[in-house]
Write a protein that binds this ligand. Structure first.
Ligand code: NDP
Length: 420
């Protein structure tokens, strides 16, 4: 059957992506939702099946197990697998797609669950030395599949969330319509929402806390510059949100944009954090709660950050209590027709509006909508290249249209205030 997708994972982001697939039944004729906990898939199916033309089935799968995935893909026979589980599963799902001849889509690049694994560490340490950034995640693992996907005549679309994802499409759009050459890119991720808890993360706590407690880094003049965690702070007045403190982080789209945007001189990524979030995070880090190394506790092995995840509010439960808006976008400087130019492309998303529409907060919403859009473009063969690609490597126009259509309208502002 044409228009059939297997969606792996049924957490916060998946919930939104699945709602959006069901709003787009002409493209998504049938979806199978498969995750570790099948009850979550069944509950979502129950909620949606009366209000959509999309046919929904569910399954249980351990996506760390390639054979299980291959069996499921053969049974479901989808054209595309959308991976909205965790970055730990990227490689097993890509392997299963290659074995079964199915296109692959995800929202986050590969990261190992066990960063103490000696085999992974050896490759990681070599990369740190050669490339000059120490983040646990990078594209090399998935880019290594390029030739195999090409030969199999399959597409792997990596990182179609908001950042990475929409921010990368914004960049392709800026280059296509506004610049002959882009000199600098500042990606600004502002969450002006308030969930009322002293401390909670907006998406998977383990992945989120690993990311924000790591060293920062940015790309400048052909190489990486690494900083201490939260070393570089700026203040920016975000349209519709207001003034916020933001901090420079390493982020995965910097790596692919540095490769794909010819002549770009500097790429930075900033995310807003309140003082209370940072104080809580520092404290948890200082007592060892962010560690991924298992410890022995009363005869049992536990991973501190996984135990912390069990204590923190489930990001999927923040929807009803989060108020305020997000503003995520990119500021570009460069040249057009020999003249200097600067523009800011951004989207503003309201947490409560998202909750009313799909029952989730804006962080899951801003990731789940682009996950559906990227999958739709691959499924409809509007984006049709064989190999492994990030989203800025395709024509941005159809994606930008679908953002407007499916709840993430964007604005282009000329001459914005630049980040120092
Ligand atoms: P959640 O923790 O809410 O959901 C993850 C889901 O994956 C859960 O349903 C979980 O199942 C399932 N899962 C985990 N391990 C396995 C496994 N081995 N086999 C099958 N299913 C599994 O995460 P989020 O929804 O917050 O995040 C999903 C993805 O989106 C992540 O990769 C994250 O990095 C990415 N992301 C990307 C962003 C972007 O802008 N690009 C922004 C935010 C997130 P169970 O419920 O049974 O545990």
């Amino acid at each position: 059957m044409q228009g059939k997708v297997l969606i792996i994972g049924c957490g916060g982001v998946a919930g939104v992506a699945i709602h959006k697939c069901c709003q787009n039944s002409d493209t998504f004729k049938e979806i199978c939702i498969a995750s570790r906990t099948k009850e979550k898939c069944d509950a979502l199916k129950e909620k949606l099946q009366g209000i959509t033309k999309t046919k929904i089935t569910t399954a249980k799968v351990d996506a760390d197990n390639k054979e299980e995935l291959v069996r499921l893909i053969r049974q479901v026979e989808p054209q595309v697998v959308l991976n909205v589980a965790l970055p730990y599963q990227d490689l097993t799902i890509m392997e299963a797609c290659l074995e079964t001849g199915v296109d692959y889509v995800d929202t986050a690049n590969y990261e190992p669950e066990d960063t103490d694994d000696p085999e992974w560490r050896a490759v990681y340490e070599k990369r740190c030395k050669e490339e000059g950034f120490t983040a646990y995640f990078d594209y090399s693992w998935q880019w290594a599949y390029k030739e195999r996907f090409e030969k199999a005549g399959l597409t792997a679309l990596l990182g179609t969330g908001f950042d990475p994802g929409v921010t990368s499409v914004f960049t392709a759009y800026a280059l296509k319509h506004y610049f002959d050459e882009i000199d600098t890119i500042d990606i600004l991720d502002c969450n002006g929402g308030d969930h009322g808890y002293p401390f909670a993360t907006n998406f998977n706590p383990e992945i989120n806390l690993r990311e924000v407690s790591a060293n920062g880094s940015y790309w400048e003049n052909g190489h990486w510059v690494e900083t201490e965690p939260m070393e570089i702070k700026r203040v920016y007045n975000f349209p519709q949100v207001g003034q916020k403190d933001m901090y420079l982080l390493h982020h995965e789209e910097i790596e692919s944009l540095a490769k794909n945007i010819p002549g770009v001189k500097r790429i930075r990524f900033f995310m807003t954090f309140g003082q209370s979030y940072l104080t809580h995070m520092k404290c948890l880090e200082n007592v060892g709660m962010l560690s991924t190394t298992p410890i022995e506790f009363e005869g049992q092995q536990i991973v501190p950050i996984q135990f912390l995840k069990a204590l923190l509010p489930d990001p999927a439960s923040l929807g009803p209590r989060t108020v305020g808006k997000t503003n995520i976008g990119c500021i570009y400087t460069g040249r057009k027709d020999g003249k200097q130019r600067s523009i800011y492309i951004y989207n503003v998303c309201d947490h409560q509006e998202c909750y009313k529409e799909v029952g989730s907060q804006a962080i899951s919403y801003t990731t789940g909508v682009p996950a559906m859009i990227g999958t739709a473009l691959v499924l409809n063969k509007v984006w049709d290249k064989k190999g492994v690609f990030t989203v800025e490597e395709f024509d941005p126009d159809p994606y930008m249209d679908l953002l407007n259509q499916y709840g993430l309208p964007w604005v282009v502002e000329e001459n914005p205030i630049l980040v120092e």
